[in-house]
Design a binder for this molecule. Structure first.
Ligand SMILES: O=P(O)(O)OC[C@H]1O[C@](O)(COP(=O)(O)O)[C@@H](O)[C@@H]1O
Ligand SMILES: [Mg+2]
Ligand SMILES: [Mg+2]
Length: 295
């Protein structure tokens, strides 16, 4: 196995250290902040707080040159030149933040790119997510594979403990669950037909937060999608902050990703906030999806 990249390790140390603080801050931050993000969505106080904490933590990491967030219009220069020894870190500070009001699962998504954004998913050197569920877990994928960790506060210390619970996470061979975002009438006919078949075979697991819903697939095998919509052919999820990191993780686990015709990691971006239809999971259901959409 290759040695860990110290900058990637430091990035995930910083993300893990921030996770309990983000979690603790949520009870008082379930309200709208009064602003919109670059994607035109209402931002909650929790989104703003998580974004600020992560900027502070990640800009202190030596080797991080650029901080790019779903909540900010532009990349922020925080150190060395990206691509010449420094990485760009792309963050979805709180994923599924509409679940804050209903007190359901949310996450933080991280992509570590070896190129200035907008960059292709092929420029990722690592990706991961934190899942704020009944316990706080973190998935980390890099060129050494995929690991699942539990993140806990270290007693009264400000630090945290990262305990690896699985150091070689792979997708279960048998698909078991599915979760598809958006409304059925908004799905293109070909996706509706595909979904009808999947419904007959797999169990529905859908909670409205990409990280939570992808983690069901990561754990039990299956397929997650936020597909193209009739009125929004580019779908909802953002390539740099959401789709690329999730595709990198699932592909590193032996699964597949697709924008409808090929791997998400091959999508060439125009802008930092580009959206893309996202489908990830076991190879079987993703191959069938591409065949269904091709027709
Ligand atoms: O409820 P909708 O509009 O179908 O969207 C659900 C999707 O939107 C998201 O909440 C978008 O992420 P953010 O919360 O980071 O904006 C995903 O987590 C989820 O898959
Ligand atoms: Mg999100
Ligand atoms: Mg978000």
């Amino acid at each position: 196995m290759t040695d860990a990249d110290p900058v990637v390790e430091a990035v995930f140390d910083a993300v893990a250290a921030t996770a309990p603080e983000i979690r603790d801050a949520l009870p008082g931050r379930r309200v709208e902040s009064g602003t919109e993000n670059p994607s035109g969505e209402t931002v909650l106080a929790g989104d703003v707080y998580a974004d600020e904490l992560l900027l502070e933590a990640l800009s202190a990491v030596e080797g991080v040159g650029s901080f790019v967030s779903e909540e900010r219009p532009e990349a922020i220069d925080v150190g060395g030149a990206v691509g010449e020894g420094a990485y760009a870190v792309a963050i979805d500070p709180l994923d599924g933040s509409s679940n804050l009001r209903s007190n359901n699962t949310m996450g933080t998504v991280v992509g570590v790119y070896d190129a200035p954004l907008p960059a292709s998913g092929r420029d990722l050197v690592a990706a991961g997510y934190v899942l704020y569920g009944p316990i706080t877990t973190m998935i980390v994928a890099d060129d050494r594979g995929v690991r699942e960790e539990v993140v806990e506060r270290d007693g009264d210390d400000p630090g945290v403990t990262r305990s690896v619970v699985d150091d070689d996470l792979t997708l279960p061979d048998e698909p078991t669950v599915y979760g598809f975002g958006g409304r059925v009438p908004d799905w293109p006919a070909a996706f509706r037909e595909y979904a009808r078949e999947v419904e007959d075979e797999l169990k529905l697991r859908y909670g409205g937060s990409m990280v939570g819903d992808v983690n069901q697939v990561v754990t039990y095998g299956g397929v997650f999608a936020y597909p193209a919509l009739v009125d929004a052919p580019e779908g909802k999820l953002r390539l740099s902050f959401e789709a690329n990191p999730i595709a990198y993780i699932v592909e590193s686990m032996g699964g597949a990703s697709s924008d409808g015709s090929g791997s998400i990691l091959d999508v060439e971006p125009d802008g930092i906030h580009d959206r893309v239809p996202l489908h990830v999971g076991n190879e079987g259901p993703i191959d069938r999806l591409e065949a269904a959409l091709d027709g």
